[in-house]
Design a protein around this ligand. Structure first.
Ligand code: NAD
Length: 483
């Protein structure tokens, strides 16, 4: 099997296997080939990982911020040196085209390690003078943290969680999605090579039940999940029982509003990026594209032309810019939504057909004349399906854009400077763009509002989600008492 890892799990600085766990087959999305088989963690493996993380955290937290930062930055350098190899693995794990993975996955992971590695030495508290007494705060690590990943960005998700967690002096047990178990193991290997003490970053495989057993364990201080809203609801509730800190990066049905004065080519590029990158399997995608009625036909005509530029094929061919979907199940879900769009009266402009080749290929679909009540306008598809809706009035489109339980992301295209800021200010979403879409640099906070999430990843604010403050009051004067 061409992508078989040394063993299923990486605990306390070494690979470890326990074949008693349920086998998990890794199928290459582009041709259906079995490329690896790992095993879900048994209770013994979960226990071993948490104990290793508990011991590793103490050693790690005792190091200075400068030392921790140096290790993270070394890991970033190793990732950059091995970008090609890691990108090929990301493509095998997910089916995403190499054209994307070469620039978006390991590189993004490296950037987060560089960014939080740089911040590690700057973390601290504050001094507050209270008369002659004073108070200072210590920024302390939370302890053992758990990361649980989705399958669309296995390298990036592992790094976006590990980088701030480790910068703050925590340790981590990371459970990748059972669909993409391979990439996080390589990150664990690289961390050890970079000088991370054993036990600080551990990877265990597993289905939802393994994730659930981590979330309820008393040794764990924090859980960071990237996944769907239904899973988020379960994990958040389970974590509450032992009052764990949480970060929830969940799903969305984000609006992208294109006003009549927008630069049409830029807006179309934005809509394509917001719907078809990674075959539409991106949480923050702007899948409800509201287009002003005055430019609707021009938008659709030019979009249909530009859709001809999708190069569908072997993801390892760098000319391919649109790959297969992750698995047959996700393809079938997308097909069901395409059928619902047709049945409910939306107009299919292009795409939505299976491609006659092995693998989970479907052509990217655009629907026009979509209305707010249609299934494809309300539910997260997580596939290459763009819904184009019409609007005429600014207030009306803001109200319609916000009429959803989700609140992950939103975008606006307009040449009117004040309108851009005014509209974005009223949109109920955690991550928004004006005249751009889906760029998420590591220096900036990322996350959702409403049902799309709790907390933020990236940016300096992430530090607050991976550490806590201890307040130390220092008495400098005689202690008074009533008796
Ligand atoms: P999912 O919710 O099915 O699974 C996510 C992870 O949770 C997996 O590792 C899974 O094994 C684990 N899990 C499942 N049940 C669990 C339980 N009861 N307790 C603990 N862990 C459990 O999501 P998915 O299908 O892997 O990913 C797609 C979803 O993720 C989409 O909704 C997408 O929008 C979302 N997503 C969000 C972001 C973000 O940053 N906001 C990024 C990528 C994907």
């Amino acid at each position: 099997m061409k992508a078989q890892p040394t063993a299923s799990h990486f605990i306390n600085g070494a690979y470890i296997e326990d074949t008693a766990g349920t086998p998990i087959d890794v199928i290459y999305a582009a041709d259906g080939e079995l490329i690896a088989r790992v095993h879900s963690a048994t209770a013994a493996i979960v226990d071993q990982a948490l104990n290793a993380a508990k011991a590793g955290q103490k050693i790690w937290a005792a190091k200075s911020g400068v030392e921790r930062g140096r290790v993270l930055r070394r890991a970033a350098d190793l990732i950059r040196e091995r970008n090609h190899e890691l990108s090929v693995l990301e493509t095998l794990d997910t089916g995403k085209p190499l054209q994307e993975t070469l620039v978006a996955d390991a590189t993004s992971g490296a950037e987060s390690l560089e960014y939080f590695g740089g911040l590690a030495a700057t973390l601290g508290g504050e001094h507050i003078q209270v008369g002659e007494d004073f108070v200072y705060t210590r920024r302390e690590a939370l302890g053992v943290c758990v990361g649980i990943g989705a399958w669309n960005y296995p390298t990036q998700i592992a790094c976006w969680k590990a980088s701030p967690a480790l910068a703050c002096g925590n340790s981590m047990v990371f459970k990748p999605s059972e669909t993409t178990p391979l990439c996080a193991l390589k990150i664990a290997e690289i961390f050890i090579e970079a000088g991370l003490p054993a036990g600080v970053f551990n990877v265990i495989q597993g289905l939802g039940d393994v994730g659930a057993s981590l979330v309820t364990d008393a040794r764990v201080a924090k859980v960071s999940l990237t996944g769907s809203v239904p899973t988020g609801r379960k994990v958040y509730a389970a974590a509450a029982d032992t009052m764990k800190h949480v970060t929830m990066e969940l799903g969305g049905k984000s609006p992208l509003i294109i006003f009549e004065d927008a630069n049409l080519e830029d807006a179309i590029s934005g809509a394509i990026n917001a719907n078809f990158y990674s075959s539409g399997q991106v949480c923050s995608n702007g899948t409800r594209v509201f287009v002003h009625a005055d430019i609707k036909e021009a938008f659709l005509t030019r979009l249909a032309e530009r859709m001809q530029g999708a190069v569908i094929g072997d993801p390892m061919d760098e000319a391919t810019n649109f790959g297969p979907m992750i698995n047959a199940r996700q393809l079938e879900i997308t097909e069901k939504y395409i059928a619902a769009g047709k049945a409910e009266g939306a107009r299919l402009i292009c795409g939505g057909d299976r491609v006659d080749r092995p693998g989970n290929y479907i052509t990217p679909a655009v629907f026009a004349d979509v209305t707010d009540d249609m299934t494809i306008a309300r539910e997260e598809v997580f596939g290459p399906l763009m819904s184009v809706l019409d609007f005429t009035d600014e207030d009306e489109v803001i109200a319609r854009a916000n009429d959803t339980e989700f609140g992950l992301a939103a975008g606006v295209f307009t040449r009117d400077l004040t309108r851009g800021h005014r509209v974005v200010g009223k949109l109920e979403a955690g991550s928004t763009w004006i005249n751009q879409y889906n760029l998420t640099p590591v220096e900036t906070p990322f996350g959702g509002s409403k049902m799309s999430g709790v907390g933020r990843e990236n940016g300096q604010v992430a530090i607050n989600h991976w550490s806590e403050l201890k307040t130390v009051y220092v008495g400098m004067t005689p202690v008074e008492a009533a008796f």
